[in-house]
Design a protein around this ligand. Sequence first.
Ligand SMILES: [Zn+2]
Length: 426
Amino acid sequence: MTATLFSDAMVWDGTSALRFPADVLVEGQRIRAIAKPGELSVDGALMVACGGRTLMPGMVEGHAHLSFGGAVKDSDLGNIPPEEHVLLTMRNAKTLLDHGFTSAYSAASAKLRLDVVIRNAVNAGEIPGPRIRAAGPEITVTGGLGDERKQHMYYESFGMIADGKEEIARAVRLCCREGVDNIKVNISGDDLGPLAHGGLTVMEEEEVAMAVKVAKSFGRRVNCHARSAESVKRAVRCGVDVIYHCESADEEAIDMLESVKDRIFVGPAIGIIYATLHEGEQWGFTHEMAVGFGMQRVIDTTAAVYTQLRKRGVRALIGGDYGFAQTPQGDNARDLKYFVDLMGYSPSEALQCATRFGGQVMGMSSELGQVKEGFIADLLLVDGDPLQDVSIMVPKENLLVIMKDGVMHKNIADRAQAAQHSIAAE
Ligand SMILES: [Zn+2]
């Protein structure tokens, strides 16, 4: 069995606001022991001298779109041929792992089998990538977010269109048959889409209920796109597991989310909103246009709603619709700073959304997302203290070690130590 001994680390274990000095022993896939510095020694172990740097759990992207890349408009996603799309998704998987995301909970895939085939290839050790819970395409009603078809010509979309209980049931079963772990339904519209705006609740209650019922029969999770207050309530009533956006939740909707907080997760997906408003110029989104799309309003309401949800203990996930032109894959950890700056999370709370809650949404709460004896060894060695500044999690140069499942994906700790020593010697 391979063994790795991390010595002289400052461990942030994913549960508190503090780091503590420790050595951590990894054997095989798991964390075997955590002890005071100098107490552990193992013959034949790979030694990683941490030099007082931060050893923490690998991050979990909680709103992953592995098959999204560079799209300016939603319809761009439907224009990518399947062959190129597989390669794009494969590259994105590696990009996420290179940036410290050892797991990806997929919000939706742009074609039915893209997440599935990449998940399987990663699991088989054929390509590098995070641990993936694969999603199917966004199941949407005619005229909803993801229906990009045109009346006068055949046109591919990134959504899977289904109307009425029977078609919804068939779409969900098809996704299950093809191997997805997460079903996605678009209950509300969206302000960046050309059709139904975010205030409209376009998927009927009986359709949502049917999607959840069929998904549960197959043992799958259900994610939803829910911007309007009514769509959030509909999602809670129907038993949806992960409710994304929620920025227009009213008091009743917030109460309902709190009442099921041990069962559900929420995710603001704020990255795309912020980037469209402040950094979208080069992609054709002038500031005036972005304000016109309601982006400032979404930021303000998201800040207010998630401040409430945080105080009430509703678990939020990071992940901000990375994979569009203005939100390139790899920037995903930028969400941490939005949680801190806009929604009042402490750095430790934001990092827990990216680690411990991530392990929970992956369905692996007792073995993933913490530095804890017996847990899976998904570990990052970070050059700096993210509890002081969460933005250091974004540049991949700050990640000296990336370990997934006890296997090194990246290890430049020696180089960093050598550089530190040569500076000290000068
Ligand atoms: Zn999304």
